[in-house]
Design a protein. Structure first.
Ligand SMILES: O=P(O)(O)OC[C@H]1O[C@](O)(COP(=O)(O)O)[C@@H](O)[C@@H]1O
Ligand SMILES: [Mg+2]
Ligand SMILES: [Mg+2]
Length: 336
């Protein structure tokens, strides 16, 4: 049984046997994420001091201005996962297409692909507000030793073998699941070691926090408008509190600890919402369900959605189970 203050390394060794499919590779993969997280954390923490904040002058496939820290984090995670020869392919928010990692080498027995949002909450970088990294891991479905194909990446969220995030906040935490619950590790920056600080994280069934960009209110579907009004009404334990950080990882993390719901709905401005299914919604949905929470697009379970494109967007509602089900009820009623 894992006990608090165990190091991440001790935890991985102790739980390696429970990693499905893992011949130690998944453990090494999580260790690589740990290393990359420490490197990125170092840059995030001094972003104001060096020429690393601000736009990189490029735009990514999403048409979004790439912030330098987005580019830096993307390079570090890809470099770490490549150099340690653990995965056969990587897809990233900051890369137009997936990257094959020696997968055509018949001696390459690596069987995992990783999808990442290297820097989540980009709008917060220049204003010293918390940001994150999100990762999602699948077993490849094409034969080992052959080139990876897009099919290795377009898998339903229910097929993930691991998922997690790093939150670069007042402290830096790595929170992940391999399908056996969710555990949170806090970095001691003085010695560069992650310690198990939040064993077996669980969403409270109910909460009193709702997180949504209300600046888009007039563009939301009627069901979402009705649910937001429900949150604001004087009745029972309501009105709820509105908290929106502008970083999915940070809002999700707070809501998982305190109870709450995060929504990025579709709108007349974004017909499928803003968040990407493969490297934002699916990993956060895996974590949510492993922590007794829920994640849907308002009508369907996120992890049942059949992906069609690498960067496809879906509406996203995630958090405390009873709150998500109440929002879904408003969405259904508005449709009838
Ligand atoms: O500024 P908006 O439109 O409310 O969007 C904020 C949302 O967009 C995101 O920043 C999207 O993620 P990226 O920063 O990785 O593009 C989420 O983290 C956040 O919840
Ligand atoms: Mg993001
Ligand atoms: Mg991002």
């Amino acid at each position: 049984m894992s006990q608090k203050n165990q190091t991440l390394g001790e935890f991985i060794i102790e739980n390696q046997a429970s990693f499905k499919y893992s011949s130690g590779e998944l453990s090494r993969l999580i260790n690589s994420v740990r290393l990359a997280a420490k490197v990125v954390n170092h840059e995030v923490n001094k972003a104001g001091l060096v020429d690393i904040i601000g736009a990189a002058g490029e735009t990514n496939i999403q048409g979004e201005d790439q912030q330098k820290l987005d580019v830096y984090a993307n390079e570090k995670f890809i470099q770490t996962l490549t150099n340690r020869n653990i995965v056969c392919g990587i897809a990233s928010e900051e890369e137009d297409d997936y990257v094959s990692i020696n997968s055509q080498d018949e001696n390459n027995q690596n069987k995992y692909v990783v999808l990442i949002d290297p820097l989540d909450g980009s709008s917060n970088i220049d204003v010293n507000v918390s940001v994150g990294t999100i990762f999602s891991v699948y077993r490849r479905i094409t034969p080992v030793g052959t080139p990876v194909t897009i099919d290795d990446f377009l898998q339903k969220g229910s097929q993930q073998v691991a998922a997690g995030y790093v939150v670069y906040g007042t402290s830096t935490m790595l929170v992940y699941t391999t399908g056996d619950g969710v555990n949170g590790f806090t970095l001691n920056p003085a010695i560069g070691t992650f310690y198990l600080s939040h064993p077996n994280m669980q969403f409270p069934l109910d909460g009193r926090i709702y997180s949504v960009n209300e600046g888009n209110y007039i563009h939301f579907p009627q069901g979402i408008k009705n649910y937001i009004k429900y949150c604001q009404m004087e009745e029972g334990d309501r009105p709820y509190t509105s908290r929106y950080i502008g970083s999915l990882v940070s809002d999700f993390h707070r809501n998982m600890i305190k109870g709450g719901i995060y929504m990025y709905p579709k709108s007349s401005k974004n017909s499928n919402g803003k968040l990407r299914l493969l490297y934002e919604c699916n990993p956060m949905a895996f974590l949510a369900e492993q922590a007794n929470g829920k994640a849907s697009d308002g009508f369907n379970r996120i992890m049942d959605i059949e992906p069609t494109e690498l960067h496809q967007r879906v509406p996203f509602i995630c958090g405390s189970k009873n709150m998500v089900e109440k929002a879904e009820e408003f969405m259904r009623n508005a449709e009838n």
